[in-house]
Design a binder for this molecule. Structure first.
Ligand SMILES: Cc1ncc(COP(=O)(O)O)c(C=O)c1O
Length: 405
């Protein structure tokens, strides 16, 4: 009873602070338009960057996979949870992102949780050792949790300010003769609250200069960044040069679930032996595996999908700024529309839903105090008509609540 009351008090406190009170339930697939409360609305809050969540080629592959390979694997990978399609998907992702090999996980969260302790908590023949992780201040929760799983006795963590590579270099320079066994630089490829990129080319150079391992989480970049959607290494001209590249199958690549770590063959082989979320958690279901293969095949065959995403993004960014809204500049499909107060973001999100646009606000503690925003996410699934509808709604709601003139 005592504990139950504590939870009730905390939930009430959270609700009063106007955090995320409700989740809206949909009755349609994820797409450019969805139905919510019986009404068609334009979806502008989804990670379905390439519109593959309900693409006929992708859904057909999932259905065929169930017919041919069944529903579930009922096993972890190393017991009896590996079908030939799991191996095929690992090879396909590797070829696409430009690493020697990849290893699948049930999510990117699990992949990021797996990587750091698998490497840093092992002696690997050293009698004594210390490791260090240099981590960007805006890194995703899954990287932070992955680092938390490393033994504090042997792992130092040094946080540098978001994208402040001068500060990072200073830390690396200071540690030149510190005798660390492993030095890892960890960054998101795309910072998802900002829609901004890690400076991957400069990070590759720093990692080489200071003999560090570069770890990049490309969850919001695979299928999105670079001319052909291969991610931040393609965008920054450093394909094959990032040591460890993680990503998700839960956003652009079909949008269901699944994650991976890409890197050298030897590292992947090592992770198959040592990473606990791989060894002790179930294998991805065949439908997800086959649909992910189909999604990557589609992406490699038809470049116009990525081009449409980039064109839609450029159009929306130009027009929304033209209406007088303050956005965080850039070219990523995550477009934060800055509003300042949490109450304004909440009011605007509600008014936009009424006007037929689904979009979510972010406010403290998800972003710093006073930087509440609506986070628009553009998709290749949006037609020009959808985007124009959203822009008109932004204009009328923005004027009504006096954000723009
Ligand atoms: C940067 C980043 N890393 C990791 C994840 C986790 O991805 P998954 O849903 O595959 O666990 C996310 C998802 O929001 C993300 O944005």
């Amino acid at each position: 009873m005592k504990y139950a009351q504590l939870f009730i008090d905390e939930v009430n406190r959270i609700h009063e602070a106007n955090t995320y009170k409700y989740e809206t339930a949909f009755t349609t697939p994820q797409a450019g338009e969805v139905t919510v409360n019986g009404k068609r609305v334009v979806m502008m809050a989804s990670n379905n960057y390439l519109g593959m969540s309900n693409h006929p080629v992708v859904t057909k592959a999932a259905i065929e996979a169930i017919k041919k390979y069944g529903y579930g694997m009922a096993s972890v990978r190393f017991l009896c949870g590996t079908q030939t399609i799991h191996l095929e998907l690992e090879k396909k992702i590797a070829k696409f992102i430009g690493t020697e090999d990849t290893i699948l996980f049930s999510s990117a969260f699990a992949a990021n949780n797996a990587f750091f302790p698998s490497l840093l908590n092992e002696k690997l023949g050293f009698e004594s050792y210390r490791d260090v992780i240099y981590t960007d201040g805006l890194n995703h929760a899954s990287i932070i949790d992955g680092m938390r799983l490393c033994k504090t006795e042997t792992t130092d963590k040094k946080i540098y300010k978001n994208n402040d590579l001068a500060q990072l270099e200073q830390l690396l320079e200071t540690d030149t003769n510190a005798g660390y066994r492993f030095k890892i630089i960890a960054t998101d490829g795309v910072f998802s609250m900002e829609g901004s990129y890690g400076q991957i080319d400069r990070l590759v150079a720093l990692a080489n200069k200071y003999n560090a391992i570069l770890f990049v989480d490309d969850c919001h970049a695979i299928g999105v960044a670079g001319k052909t959607g291969r991610g931040t290494p393609e965008k920054f001209g450093v394909l094959n040069k990032v040591d460890v590249l993680t990503g998700t199958l839960g956003k652009a690549i079909g949008g269901a679930l699944g994650g991976y770590i890409g890197g050298s063959k030897k590292m992947v082989e090592y992770l198959r032996q040592k990473s606990r979320p791989y060894t002790f958690s179930n294998s991805l279901p065949p439908a997800v595996v086959m649909a992910s293969i189909a999604a990557i095949d589609l992406l490699m065959k038809d470049r116009s999908i990525v081009t449409r995403l980039h064109d839609n993004t450029a159009y929306f960014r130009k027009e929304i700024a033209g209406l007088g809204f303050t956005i965080l500049e850039g070219d990523h499909p995550i477009v934060p529309v800055m509003l300042g107060k949490a109450s304004v973001a909440q009011e605007m999100s509600k008014a936009l839903l009424k006007a037929g646009v689904y979009i979510k606000g972010l406010w403290f503690p998800v972003v710093p105090k006073g930087e509440a925003r609506l986070r628009v996410q553009i998709s290749a699934a949006l037609s020009k008509k959808n985007i124009d509808h959203a822009l008109n709604a932004f204009e009328s709601v923005g004027k009504k609540i006096k954000i723009i003139n």
